[in-house]
Design a protein around this ligand. Structure first.
Ligand code: URP
Ligand code: ZN
Ligand code: ZN
Length: 478
């Protein structure tokens, strides 16, 4: 694809509020693939049909011959500007959403970090509104964070959902503000009552803490012991436990974040066979990277939780995507520089800030390793990266599809473009990508956020502050 094909690029940028007509593309959503044009008026999809004509002299026309026209990506798991205790992640809501836009993503939902001990539910929401307001370049929302349970927190859940537009919350079974089973049960019960989805970071804290301590006592301080201290059974046990707690909480809806292994997936499958409302997210890192990374000199780059697993586990996850047992692919983008921040753990893996970047590479990696490699269909790609995230997190029908009236959040993907991932050409604020040197087939050429061009052929064309907070709808399983 050449710049000449879009010789109206200047006008696309200059008249970003005028009508937009995308002609001759292959329109792909979660259910259909067809040749059609897409007309956008006032930032919303007006019509999707064959042979549409410009509606005015100032209509911006894009020739999308040879391109896939798809709903923009929705990444429901990022951590921008998160205070991780020992350090703060290096992407804020500007650099993080800029990277997202350049990778074909048009909406993120950020998992807010912990606030001061004892703070109420609104505290972090107010803080995060401040972080995002003038910075985000695409639309955004936040998941509530539950760091303790008391009567005030339980009471505030209703207002978070119905007044503040936050219908999903995260609780942790490890880290500093882990909840005990009693608190988990109370949280799940109340969140179901108020119309919210509970998302959970599942790892068995007691087991992994013991292993961490033993490794450190034995002088086993290198990054690979981070992975060895958090075996997949730690994760799978916590998944099974929280599934049963959700069942005890009047079958509360439950969403497992960043699944990394097949045993955990089997537990979620069993729950679903028993008609329990459980949904599952995985991330590109668990699909395309493996624990051989911990043998490398730069192993600190791959310290995240849960850690990378072996190739057999990745294959089980791919099968889960193909057979529908996994619903979404998000990134868990939580970036720290390798040169400085990750070095905090150089002499003791327990001091390494956990997390990796990935918000810009999710769509190309999933397209290339998923669709081009024949593991998932183009419709499944849209379902996993946009449609299901929108449905589960209260964004549908505003986002996640190409029907009339939806926000014109679009990505035009060139399915033939081969591009090797190099951190130099990405737009985050880290100093590395875990996917360096992986060649993708399929790359986003244009990203539109409510009809405005925010990225074009690897260049950011948006504006800080143009992203809007999206007041999400209460959870519904429909
Ligand atoms: O290592 C990770 N994943 N860091 C981000 C926080 C979390 O656990 O999601
Ligand atoms: Zn987590
Ligand atoms: Zn996370």
């Amino acid at each position: 694809m050449t710049f000449e094909q879009f010789n109206n690029i200047e006008s696309l940028l200059d008249n970003s509020s005028s009508p937009l007509l995308i002609q001759n593309g292959t329109v792909v959503d979660h259910a259909e693939i067809r040749k059609a044009d897409v007309l956008v008026i006032d930032g919303k999809i007006e019509q999707v049909a064959e042979n549409l004509k410009p509606v005015s002299e100032d209509t911006r026309v894009v020739d999308a011959t040879g391109l896939y026209v798809m709903p923009g990506g929705i990444d429901v798991h990022t951590h921008f500007n998160i205070d991780a205790g020992i350090t703060r992640s290096c992407d804020d809501f500007f650099t993080g959403t800029r990277a997202a836009a350049c990778g074909g993503t048009t909406m993120i939902i950020d998992h807010m970090g912990f606030g001061p001990k004892g703070c109420d539910l609104f505290h972090q929401l107010d803080v995060y509104h401040g972080y995002a307001a003038d910075k985000a370049v695409i639309d955004y929302s936040f998941h509530g964070v539950i760091q303790h349970i008391d009567d005030q927190i339980l009471e505030q859940m209703h207002a978070m959902v119905h007044e503040r537009g936050i219908p999903s919350f995260k609780l942790y079974l490890t880290y500093s503000y882990k909840l005990d089973d009693c608190s988990v049960l109370k949280a799940l019960t109340q969140l179901k009552k108020v119309g919210a989805l509970t998302t959970v970071h599942p790892e068995n804290d007691a087991a992994l803490s013991l292993k961490r301590k033993q490794f450190i006592e034995q002088g086993k301080v290198e990054a690979k012991y981070h992975a060895l201290s958090r075996p997949l059974e730690c994760e799978a046990e916590a998944i099974a436990r929280v599934i049963n707690l959700a069942k005890l909480a009047d079958s509360a809806p439950l969403y497992i974040v960043h699944l990394s292994n097949g045993l955990g997936l089997d537990y979620t499958r069993l729950a679903r066979e028993n008609n329990q409302p459980v949904w599952v997210e995985t991330c590109p890192q668990y699909l395309v990277l493996n624990n051989d990374r911990y043998e490398r000199e730069d192993a600190l780059k791959y310290v995240l939780s849960p850690p990378l697993r072996d190739k057999a586990e990745s294959e089980k996850l791919w099968k889960g995507l193909a057979d529908g047992s996994i619903d979404t692919v998000a990134t868990d983008h939580c970036s720290f520089t390798y040169a400085e921040q990750k070095q905090l753990g150089a002499k003791d893996f327990t001091k390494t800030p956990n997390g990796i970047p990935g918000v810009e590479t999710r769509m190309p990696l999933m397209f290339s390793e998923g669709v081009i490699a024949g593991r998932i269909t183009p419709n499944q790609f849209v379902s996993l990266t946009s449609y299901e995230p929108a449905k589960l997190f209260g964004l549908y029908p505003q986002k996640g599809h190409l029907g009339c009236g939806a926000d014109a959040d679009l990505v035009l993907f060139d399915p033939n473009k081969k591009q090797t991932i190099r951190h130099d050409s990405l737009h985050d604020n880290a100093d590395y990508t875990p996917y360096e040197s992986i060649t993708c087939q399929g790359w986003p050429l244009m990203t539109f956020s409510r009809g405005r061009l925010v990225a074009y052929d690897g260049e950011f064309t948006g504006e800080a502050g143009d992203g809007q907070f999206i007041h999400r709808q209460p959870f519904s399983a429909e």
